[in-house]
Design a protein. Structure first.
Length: 248
């Protein structure tokens, strides 16, 4: 057995048109998996690619169904799609709250359910990797809805691991820290002088992460090398959450 190989496996990676999702999709491909990518754009240069707005209640099951049409033996699911829509807590509206929870939490649940139903019908087996965040463990200012959604994913990973173990489906997660993506770049750059210096001192490895730093952990959790691992979350933050003060 090639413990770290994904040859002969097929995966759906949501939110994989850019950022962390794109890096994970690339990593799974490099490990030998056939990957179906997903995003909001109607067109994408890399195929196979499916467009879907996962805030729609019917979209998660529809996306999984179309992915199985492309890859009938699909046995890997990476739930990465998510975003940040927060405003200060006292200004939060019902619409902004619902948008966060619908995309980050509800969509992930029903993606996993639709995938698991298909895998059980095929005899079971497979692996789900859910992308949470260090925000699932540690709160951040003006981030109540996002933090709540990511904390919910932490418990969803553990609860799904319990529910799906009898069907041979493993469920694990990764929790990225500060990673330079199109989403975080817009937040970091206007405050680059003070914000980045602060985080570079706080992160033990001395730098903000890149999307590719998340790919290896996701590929590992999908692989036979992780066949006795379920319900676990790997933190990928360069040591950001290890120490209270950071480097001198």
């Amino acid at each position: 057995m090639k413990a770290f190989s994904l040859e002969g496996r097929a995966a759906l990676v949501t939110g994989s048109s850019q950022g962390i999702g794109a890096a994970i999709a690339d990593g799974l491909c490099e490990s030998g998996a056939a990957v179906v990518r997903h995003g909001l754009q109607r067109e994408h240069a890399i195929t196979p690619y499916l467009a879907a707005d996962l805030t729609s209640p019917e979209a998660p099951a529809g996306l999984v169904s179309r992915s199985f049409e492309i890859q009938p033996e699909l046995d890997l699911l990476v739930c990465n799609a998510g975003s940040f829509f927060d405003v200060p807590f006292l200004d939060m509206t019902h619409e902004e709250w619902e948008k966060t929870l619908h995309l980050n939490l509800r969509a992930t649940f029903f993606l996993a359910q639709a995938f698991a139903r298909r895998r059980v019908a095929l005899g079971g087996g497979g692996s789900i990797v859910i992308v949470s965040s260090t925000n699932g463990f540690q709160a951040e200012a003006d981030s109540v809805a996002y933090d709540t959604s990511k904390g919910g994913l932490v418990m969803m990973i553990r609860s799904l691991a319990v529910s799906l173990a009898p069907h041979g489906i493993r469920v694990n997660g990764i929790a990225p820290g500060l990673i330079r993506t199109p989403l975080t770049q817009a937040w970091m750059e206007p405050r680059a002088n003070d914000l980045l210096k602060h985080y570079e001192r706080k992160i033990l490895l001395g730098k903000v992460g890149a999307p590719g730093d998340c790919a290896g952990a996701a590929a590992f959790l999908c692989s036979p090398a992780a066949s006795y691992i379920t319900g676990e979350i790997i933190t990928i933050d360069g040591g950001l959450t290890v120490t209270q003060i950071g480097r001198p």
